[in-house]
Design a protein around this ligand. Structure first.
Ligand code: SF4
Length: 393
């Protein structure tokens, strides 16, 4: 029985240039049909759920939904599921879609954590990313959240943005901590294939003409763009660790920092390979050792649930070698690392398989836990690939 539920809301005002999440431009009529479909899926999946410790409503931009859609969604949740005594209930929010009425409506429904996609407090960087809000609007949204009395909120930031300097990154971090959020996520911007950003970077590097790009209404806005130097990006990552630690934040996962007692329990469950139920277009679930995925096409998702079926299009039982891979790459994301004892139970030959990486200073073992060192943290992908090679996975 899973105690963790993820709900995907795939609507945004418009597509950001770097976005490869499942989201489409908002259409209220479609969103309303979608919420009906979600309620049908939740009713079909409630039998897999125990007492919920966490509900995470992500996207997309969930905060775009009209208040009555949230009321409908929470009625389905409260009617169909048991909640634990103090569940973590998170909603992802875009500062361009938050006002006092939205915040108060969410709090009244029982939402007790907001994750706010600020990304930067520099307006030029926000424009480069194609975000819909300014830094001033972000500050106003956070002010409104604090005024409503919600202390448990997280601010999402991004480094490695084209045109970003170390000074502007320092300013963004300083402004973020000024609001005293309980949690800060700090992600490196990477140009993912299929996004406008990827095309902009590629054309800068090899000089081909830019393709016409119309996806998500971004047509005509593309320009050639250069990503910041790798060394600067590494320094930004290092600065974030030092600065946020000096402000009392625990660096508990590669990209996540929390004041003591405020780690995101929902995401901790992913990194611990715990079970979870996913609902909504494209959502993933992990139940009884099966990893499954919902239809990503919104029309198809609505149709399948309309015919009374669970909208899953893929379901696989992991091979033992895949389970080991997951255990390593998810577990090493946590700064506390992975248990050597547990690794041995899974048949992993630690520490032998990573002796070289330990000698080279990328990994360390203390108190029975294998973890990335400060040198290894920004190079986690390379370190993990090396471990897989040594284990012949
Ligand atoms: S707000 Fe931007 S980055 Fe986030 S899901 Fe929407 S389009 Fe993607």
């Amino acid at each position: 029985m899973s105690e963790y539920l993820y709900i995907h809301i795939p609507f945004c005002v418009r597509k950001c240039v770097y976005c490869d999440f499942l989201s489409v431009c908002h259409d209220e009529a479609v969103a309303r049909e979608y919420i009906d479909a979600l309620c049908r899926e939740l009713a079909l999946k409630k039998g897999f759920a125990g007492e919920l410790k966490s509900i995470y409503i992500g996207g997309g931009t969930p905060s775009l939904l009209p208040n009555d859609c949230f009321t409908q969604l929470f009625k389905c949740l409260r009617d169909g599921f048991k909640f634990s005594a103090s569940p973590e209930i998170t909603v992802e929010a875009n500062p361009g879609t938050m006002d006092e009425s939205k915040i108060n409506a969410l709090l009244l429904l029982g939402v007790n954590r907001l994750s706010i996609g600020v990304q930067s407090f520099n307006d030029n960087e926000l424009k480069t990313l194609g975000r819909i809000h300014t830094s001033e609007e972000a500050a106003r949204a956070i002010g409104a959240i604090k005024k409503a009395g919600l202390k448990n909120f997280s601010i999402d930031l991004m480094y490695g943005i084209p045109g970003q300097t170390m000074d502007s990154w320092k300013e963004t971090l300083s402004r973020a901590t000024w609001f005293s959020p309980n949690h800060i996520s700090s992600y490196e911007l990477t140009p993912e294939k299929g996004t406008p950003l990827y095309e902009m970077v590629k054309s800068e590097e090899s000089n081909p003409p830019l393709p016409p790009f119309t996806k998500g209404g971004m047509g005509g806005l593309l320009k050639k763009i250069k990503m910041p130097d790798e060394e600067l990006v590494l320094d930004m990552f290092g600065y974030a660790i030092d600065y946020l630690s000096s402000k009392g934040y625990e660096h508990y996962e590669i990209s996540n920092f929390a004041l003591p007692g405020f780690r995101c329990i929902h995401n901790m469950n992913y990194w611990d390979r715990g079970e979870y139920i996913g609902a909504g277009a494209g959502a993933h679930s992990f139940i009884r050792s099966l990893r499954s995925k919902n239809a990503g096409d919104i029309k198809k998702y609505i149709e399948i649930t309309g015919s009374g079926n669970i909208p899953e299009i893929e379901s696989i039982k992991l091979a033992p070698s895949d389970e080991i891979k997951e255990f390593i790459f998810l577990g090493l994301r946590k700064t506390e690392g992975i248990s050597i004892l547990k690794a041995k139970e899974l048949g992993i030959a630690f520490p032998g398989a990573c002796k070289e990486l330990i000698d080279e200073g990328y990994l360390e073992i203390t108190e029975g836990l294998l973890r990335l060192t400060r040198k290894g943290l920004p190079l986690s992908n390379m370190v993990i690939v090396k471990i897989f090679e040594n284990l012949e996975l």
